[in-house]
Write a protein that binds this ligand. Structure first.
Ligand code: ATP
Ligand code: MG
Length: 474
């Protein structure tokens, strides 16, 4: 299974005919939603919309779900936007919980399933921004507007608005479509349908302004473009290049989350190449960018290639249904840097390389601090990089394979080893040997474990369950 739909597969996988424009007066472009099969809509989200409408409020399915339905993908979740205020929503649904401190959202809960229901918001910056930048801001040279753009970083995002304002405050045209399931129409305030038909990713409004007010949109643009197989509109791309340095001012946890999403997308290789091309990689992962060297430096290319092969291996695993944990992602990003620093011939740090565990700490700790990486993920990443040498080590008194197999880190260490083997294209026999031993350890009765691994086998390791993880591909 692949997570990527190419531009051509988008056309062929769109269910039924293209949406047909219906006559309208002023306001949004209104299109028939006949191309979306009714049973593709989430029943609970439909219930929420129907109830709100019955009570006289406006309510729509919004954002990613509408985009995905129109390109024939299965939406991850169905979000609702409405004219009802949080307290009014709460009053209508016994199963509603108001969440959020600054901007209140309502979760309407059906068993395990939550329908996120938000009141239409306006972008508090839209009017201010226009006047600060002046009417002709789009044509001004960058120097004239830098200060104004710096001031645009979103700080407040909590004003209620109309459906149109709510559409316009969203990031990309293809994410700004509203589906009215009661009338079976799509409301397009932002030109999203045209862009979906042409496979183009474009910001809503002036790209320079939209990227400046929230530079994390640069990472989101790469995520959506690679996921959907869309081309990034030229002015949007230029704005990504211009605003990449501003990512340094974005909240580190948001940046980290988007990087992890790119790594789990199945298109990590393409995403990272794009990150580098627009200048964002040197801001969000400077050590990785430096490791890759200057694109014109022929001497750096072989080592850069070893990094790209790791991402390729990761994509291939993701396509087989495997979701890397945060520790595996972090380890993979910095593995080659750690290896280089641990080698006296290539070390860039001061002095002779200390032991591998110390080098791993030297590389990962400052990064963990900058990106506010959770301690436990950094520590685990550190350990699984260190443990890589175990896979080629022979059993001795000091190294007992059984203890290694039983360690809590083993499954992730083995995942990282598989990615390394896959990137190098050699060592599969070693990997399969360890994988098979681990499987036997999990499934064999204690007597057999004892026969194979010796008398000190002890209890079988606990199977750990992690969110979103599936067994590694055979
Ligand atoms: P996914 O399938 O990855 O969840 P999505 O489009 O649903 O994609 P979310 O991050 O879940 O993306 O956000 C939901 C919607 O909220 C988006 O479709 C977009 O309309 C809006 N949105 C999210 N983040 C931003 C942002 N940084 N700026 C403006 N609008 C945003
Ligand atoms: Mg979403």
């Amino acid at each position: 299974m692949t997570h990527r739909s190419s531009p051509s597969s988008h056309e062929s996988s769109a269910p039924g005919p293209e949406p047909r424009a219906l006559p309208t007066g002023q306001g949004p472009r209104v299109l028939s939603a006949d191309s979306i099969p009714r049973d593709a809509l989430d029943a609970d989200a439909l219930r929420v919309v129907a109830r709100l409408e019955r009570e006289g409020f406006e309510a729509y399915l919004v954002g990613g779900c509408v985009r995905d339905l129109l390109v024939g993908r299965t939406p991850k979740d169905f979000d609702v936007a409405t004219s009802a205020h949080p307290r009014q929503i709460k009053r209508l649904f016994r199963n509603a919980r108001v969440i959020g401190r600054r901007f209140k959202l309502v979760h309407v809960v059906y068993g395990q399933h939550i329908v996120e229901t938000a009141t239409f918001r306006s972008d508090p910056l839209s009017t201010e921004a226009e006047s600060e930048l002046g009417g002709s801001a789009a044509e001004e040279p960058e120097e004239h507007t830098r200060e104004a753009l710096d001031d645009l970083l979103i700080t407040e995002d909590n004003e209620f608005g109309t459906a149109e304002q709510d559409a316009r405050r969203r990031d990309f045209t293809v994410n700004g479509l509203f589906l009215d399931p009661m009338r079976n129409v799509i409301l397009d305030y932002v030109g999203g349908i045209d862009d979906l038909e042409r496979n183009v990713l474009r910001t809503i409004g002036d790209p320079r302004k939209r990227m400046a007010e929230d530079p994390v949109r640069i990472l989101r643009a790469i995520k959506f473009a690679t996921r959907l197989g869309f081309r990034i509109d030229e002015r949007t791309w230029e704005a990504m290049i211009d605003n990449a340095p501003r990512l340094a001012r974005s909240a580190p946890p948001r940046v980290l989350e988007e990087i992890l999403r790119l790594m789990r997308s199945g298109t990590a290789l393409g995403s990272f190449r794009m990150l580098r091309a627009c200048g964002a990689l040197s801001v969000v992962l400077p050590a990785v960018d430096q490791f890759l060297g200057d694109p014109d430096d022929a001497a750096a290319q072989p080592r850069a290639e070893t990094f790209w092969r790791l991402l390729e291996a990761l994509d291939s695993d993701v396509h087989q249904g495997f979701l890397p944990t945060t520790a595996v992602c972090i380890a993979l990003l910095y593995l080659r840097i750690i290896e280089r620093e641990a080698d006296p011939a290539t070390r860039e740090g001061p002095g002779v390389p200390p032991d591998l565990l110390t080098v791993t700490g030297e590389v990962l700790e400052p990064i963990a601090f900058q990106t506010r990486l959770p301690r436990k993920d950094t520590a685990r990443a550190q350990r699984i990089v260190f443990q890589q040498r175990r896979f080629t080590q022979v059993a001795t008194k000091r190294f007992r394979p059984l203890l290694f197999l039983r360690s809590e880190d083993f499954p992730e260490a083995l995942e990282l080893f598989r990615l390394r083997v896959s990137a190098r294209g050699q060592g599969w026999d070693l990997y399969e040997g360890w994988r098979d031993r681990y499987r036997r350890l999990l499934s064999a009765p204690p007597s057999e474990v004892e026969a194979e691994f010796g008398p000190d086998a002890g209890p079988a390791p606990r199977r750990r369950r992690r969110r979103g993880r599936r067994p590694p591909p055979a």
